[in-house]
Ligand binder design. Structure first.
Ligand SMILES: Cc1cc2nc3c(=O)[nH]c(=O)nc-3n(C[C@H](O)[C@H](O)[C@H](O)COP(=O)(O)O)c2cc1C
Length: 366
């Protein structure tokens, strides 16, 4: 049997050994944006998950763009040096390629870590001023952000470019723009959080402008063959919010500006929005976007079993799958999937003795 999940894939100039991607996952464990021992261990572990690509957590382009005091940043020399050391380590010891999700939390910044409640920081918890397209809070118990001026917009755009230049120096293989989950770029795109009446608001074209400008500026500084992707929320799951049809327009417009792939997620623009909880809940959205845009598409969200992932790829519903929580549960998830699907996956030599050909029944020297 030939596995579709374990077939190679190429995004722009990047060759991937299979269709399995580790989804970006915030660790809330940095110190003023600087990665430390936790990241060394966590990313080192995922480097040998068997996934062809690991996208590291939302990494913020300015200090006030962090969700929490513990979020990773890419806004200082210290941030760059620490990440460079860890990514070089991961590439030395592991099999995966590495991408970075660059981001700005916008009005969802200045929060406590999820395990501390995940709410807007209170006085005494060192809160900071948040910014957004409009002065509309994320939810009833959240502070209203300051509406960004054109100067703020230019400043944040420049921070995205500077962060990308740092990521290129570090040696990442792909850049992924975080345009989902209610963070700054999504907040501009969604009518729920953007009620501006200047050139950065109004109709969908106006609301897409901020993200498009960033995408184009990143494309201009990145090597031609390096993948530039985006994670989007393909629907806001709210009346009056972004719809899957809007997202098709959004992805088609980004495609014209050099987008190489899209990761289809959903929700997160308002505290009242609720995502469905059924297996593979974003897959129909990914399928629609793949069909109607032709852009390389990654599906994410409650994809947990090898057979489920195999079917998504084999049926052409997406080109790649991303797994988040399942990878934390089973950090060698792709090794188990290869075993179940009768496929092969590259492993580090130290652990080769668990490769299928060495299992009981095969002749193994003890
Ligand atoms: C601990 C944790 C941290 C996350 N951090 C991010 C993040 O930094 N960026 C992002 O786009 N999504 C983030 N997510 C969402 C995941 O990437 C993924 O889209 C979501 O968990 C659904 O996939 P799953 O069902 O495979 O977990 C996070 C999820 C978890 C569980």
């Amino acid at each position: 049997m030939t596995s579709a999940l374990f077939s190679p894939y190429k995004i722009n100039g990047l060759e991937l050994a299979n269709r399995i991607v580790v989804a970006p996952m915030c660790q809330y464990s940095a110190n003023d944006g600087v990665a430390g021992d936790w990241h060394w261990t966590h990313l080192g572990m995922l480097a040998n998950s068997g996934a062809s690509l690991v996208i590291i957590e939302m990494t913020d382009v300015e200090r006030r763009g962090r969700i929490t005091h513990g979020c990773l940043g890419i806004y200082s020399d210290a941030c760059e040096a620490a990440l460079a050391r860890i990514i070089a380590h991961c590439k030395r010891i592991g099999t995966a390629k590495f991408g970075i999700q660059i981001a700005h939390a916008g009005r969802k910044a200045s929060s406590s870590r999820p395990w501390e409640g995940g709410q807007g920081l209170k006085p005494g918890e060192d809160p900071w001023e948040t910014i957004g397209p409009s002065a509309i809070p994320f939810g009833p118990s959240w502070p209203a952000p300051r509406q960004m001026t054109e100067e703020d917009i230019a400043h944040v755009r420049a921070a995205f470019v500077e962060g990308t230049e740092r990521a290129l120096r570090i040696g990442f293989d792909a850049i992924e723009l975080h345009m989902a989950h209610g963070y700054l770029i999504h907040a501009f795109t969604s009518p729920i959080s953007n009620t501006r009446n200047d050139g950065y608001g109004g109709d969908l074209a106006g609301r897409m402008r901020f993200g498009l400008e960033i995408l184009r500026e990143l494309r201009a500084v990145m090597p031609k063959g390096m993948p530039l992707g985006a994670r989007i929320s393909a629907t806001d799951w709210l009346d009056g919010g972004l719809t899957p049809d809007d997202s098709v327009i959004w992805v088609n417009t980004m495609k014209e500006s050099g987008l190489d792939y899209v990761c289809v997620s959903s929700g997160g623009v308002h505290s009242a929005a609720r995502n469905p909880l059924d297996a593979g809940y974003n897959v129909p959205l990914a399928e629609k976007i793949k069909r109607e845009t032709g852009v390389a598409t990654r599906a994410v969200g409650l994809i947990t079993t090898p057979q489920q992932a195999e079917t998504i790829i084999a049926d052409g519903k997406a080109d790649m799958v991303a797994l988040a929580r399942a990878m934390l549960d089973h950090p060698h998830w792709a090794w188990l999937a290869a075993r179940e699907l009768g496929a092969e996956v590259e492993r580090c030599p130290q652990y080769l003795r668990v490769a299928p050909k060495m299992w009981p029944g095969a002749t193994v020297r003890q």
